[in-house]
Write a protein that binds this ligand. Structure first.
Ligand SMILES: [Zn+2]
Length: 514
C-alpha cells in the first residue's frame, strides 16, 4: 500500500465520532453525564461546526486531536463525505455511571441511525474506559451497538489511547485499529490521520488490513514508560522503523491504564500489514518479546512526604531559580484520582508550613463551609479532602482566605497558613498548567515547591520554572501499591513472577467477546 493518501477516488460516506474517558476504579467519585457536558460534548452539526472553528479540540491542552486529523485526511483524499456522530470526552475519573453510559449509548445509536447509508465509521476511543457494574470493555459495547445498526460486516476503524487494554471485543470486531505512538501523548492528530487514511484506502480497495496482536501478563514495568527515555526508547524507535517499511502499515504497544479493575488487564502489541499474515505474526511476536524484556525495569523510587520535604528544604536557598514539583503519585488527577488527598497537606501543616508550597485540594465540603467568608478573613477549618477516600488524615488549621474565585474548577479558595498556600476546589483540581496558580494570584517562581497531580504532562508547561521532580507516595486512587497487590486469575507481573507470556496470550486472546 502507499503510505500517503491519493487525491480523489470513488465517493465515500464515512461517519466519525469520539467517546473518550479513562476510568480509575479506585476513585470514590463516578463520572456522570455533566462531566462530559461540562468538559467536551458535541453532537451532529454542533460537532462539525466546533471542529471547523479555531477552538482547541482539547480544551487548553491540544489544538488538534484525532477528529481534526480525520477530517483533514478526508478533505485531502477528495470524494469523501464525512458525517458527524458525536464527541464526548471527560477528564479521567472514577467509573462512568450506568445512567451516563446508557445516555452515551443511546445518543451514539441515534446518531448512527440518523446518518443513513455509510461505507465506514471511524471512532476515536480510549480503550481503558470503565462503567459501573459492567464486566466488559465499554468500547466493545459501543462497537457492537454500531454494528447492530449497520450490520455485522460494517467497516469500523478505531483508534485507542496508548493505555488501552486490548481484548477480543475491541480488536477482533474492528477492521482498522490505530493508536498513539507517543508517551506522553503528542500524536493525537496524527493518529486520526493514520486511522482515516487506512480506512479510506481500504474502502477504495487499495489495501487489505491483515493484523496480529499479542497480549502480555504485564501491568507495570518499563520504568517511567516515557517514549524518549530508556528502557522504552529503543522500543518506540523499533516501532518507527517498522512503520516506515513499505510492507508494514502500523505497529503499536498498548500499556494499559493500570488503575482499572478490568479482569483481563495486560499490555499488548498490535501489528497491521497489507495482506501478509505471516509477516504480521512474526513482527507481533518480535515486538512482544521486546516489550516482555523491559518489564522488570523499575520506576524511580518514591519518597515519603517527610523525606520529600527534607529535600525541598535542602534546595531552598535557590528558590528564585525555580521550584520543585512534589508529585503526589497516589492522587494523580491525570490518572483519574480526585485531587483530594490530604496526606502531603498533613505533613506540610505539621512540619513544613514555613516553606512556600502551593498545594491544590479537592474539598467541596470545606468550600461549602467557608464560602460565606470574604477575602482577608481569618478562619479555623478542618480539611478532609474528597469524601469516601480511605484512610485520609483530617487536617485542622488556622488560615487566612487570600483569594475567593468561582472559576474553571468551581468555587475555589486560597487558604494561607504561614507560608503554605492551599487552593481548595469544588471540582477536582487540574494544576497541569501554571495558569492554574496565576489565576489565583500566585506565581510558581515564588514557590519552594508545588504539589503536582499529574505524572508527567505538567513538565511541558512548567519547563521554565521547574527545577526538580520528587515523586511522593502516600495512599490514594493512583497508588502503585494497589496494582502491585492485585490478584488476577492468571499470573500477572508484578504481582507474580511469570516465566513466559505465550500461555497468557493464548488464553486472553481466546476469551469471550462479551
Ligand atoms: Zn494514555
Amino acid at each position: 500500500m502507499t503510505k500517503r493518501i491519493s487525491s480523489g477516488g470513488r465517493p465515500l460516506r464515512i461517519a466519525y465520532g469520539r467517546v473518550f474517558h479513562e476510568g480509575n476504579s479506585y476513585s470514590p467519585l463516578f463520572t456522570e453525564r455533566e462531566h462530559f457536558e461540562d468538559f467536551h460534548y458535541f453532537e451532529g452539526k454542533g460537532l462539525s461546526d466546533f471542529l471547523a472553528s479555531g477552538k482547541h479540540e482539547l480544551v487548553d491542552v491540544l489544538r488538534n486531536a484525532e477528529l481534526r486529523g480525520c477530517l483533514e485526511t478526508a478533505k485531502k483524499a477528495g470524494d469523501v463525505e464525512c458525517v458527524p456522530l458525536l464527541s464526548a470526552l471527560a477528564v479521567p475519573g472514577g467509573p462512568i455511571s450506568r445512567e451516563c453510559f446508557g445516555w452515551i449509548r443511546e445518543r451514539l445509536k441515534s446518531a448512527v441511525r440518523a446518518a443513513g447509508k455509510l461505507d465506514g465509521v471511524y471512532l476515536a476511543l480510549h480503550g481503558s474506559m470503565r462503567v459501573a457494574e459492567l464486566d466488559a470493555a465499554p468500547e466493545g459495547v459501543l462497537i457492537a451497538d454500531v454494528k447492530e445498526i449497520l450490520g455485522e460486516d460494517a467497516i469500523v476503524a478505531v483508534s485507542y489511547d496508548l493505555h488501552a487494554n486490548l481484548s477480543p471485543a475491541i480488536v477482533d470486531t474492528t477492521t482498522i485499529l490505530e493508536g498513539y505512538r507517543t508517551n506522553p501523548h503528542r500524536d493525537l492528530r496524527k493518529t486520526g490521520v493514520r486511522a482515516m487514511t487506512q480506512l479510506i484506502q481500504h474502502l477504495r480497495g487499495e489495501f487489505a488490513p491483515v493484523r496480529a496482536w499479542r497480549k502480555l501478563p504485564v501491568i507495570l514495568g518499563g520504568g517511567m514508560t516515557i517514549d524518549f527515555l530508556n528502557p522504552m526508547r529503543p522500543l518506540f524507535m523499533h516501532i518507527k522503523r517498522l512503520c516506515r517499511r513499505s510492507d508494514v502499515v502500523s505497529a503499536h504497544i498498548f500499556m494499559v491504564h493500570p488503575f482499572t479493575d478490568a479482569k483481563d488487564l495486560g499490555w499488548a502489541v498490535h501489528v497491521c500489514t497489507d495482506g501478509d499474515q505471516a509477516l504480521a505474526d512474526k513482527l507481533a511476536d518480535e515486538l512482544a518479546e521486546m516489550v516482555w524484556n523491559v518489564r522488570e525495569v523499575p520506576l524511580p523510587e518514591f519518597q515519603s512526604p517527610a523525606d520529600a520535604l527534607r529535600d525541598v528544604r535542602k534546595a531552598k536557598i535557590a528558590r528564585k531559580l525555580g521550584h520543585i514539583a512534589l508529585v503526589d503519585t497516589s492522587d494523580v488527577v491525570g490518572a483519574g484520582a480526585t485531587g483530594g488527598n490530604t496526606h502531603i497537606l498533613n505533613t506540610l501543616v505539621k512540619e513544613g508550613s514555613d516553606l512556600m508550597v502551593l498545594l491544590p485540594l479537592h474539598d467541596p465540603e470545606a468550600i461549602e463551609e467557608l464560602w460565606p467568608n470574604a477575602e482577608g478573613d481569618d478562619v479555623e477549618v478542618t480539611l478532609r479532602g474528597t469524601k469516601g477516600l480511605a484512610s485520609q488524615p483530617e487536617v485542622t488549621l488556622s488560615a487566612r482566605i487570600d483569594k475567593r474565585v468561582d472559576g474553571d474548577f468551581g468555587r475555589t479558595l486560597v487558604l494561607r497558613h504561614n507560608e503554605l498556600r492551599v487552593a481548595i476546589t469544588e471540582k477536582s483540581p487540574g494544576p497541569v498548567h501554571p495558569k492554574f496558580w496565576r489565576q489565583l494570584g500566585l506565581s510558581p517562581w515564588k514557590a519552594d515547591a508545588i504539589v503536582q497531580k499529574f505524572f508527567f504532562h505538567y513538565r511541558l508547561f512548567y519547563a521554565a520554572s521547574l527545577r526538580k521532580n520528587i515523586p511522593v507516595a502516600t495512599m490514594g486512587p493512583s497508588s502503585l501499591e494497589r496494582i502491585r497487590d492485585r490478584q488476577f486469575d492468571l499470573p500477572t507481573y508484578p504481582k507474580n513472577s511469570v516465566a513466559e507470556w505465550r500461555s497468557f496470550d493464548k488464553v486472553r486472546r481466546a476469551e469471550s467477546r462479551a
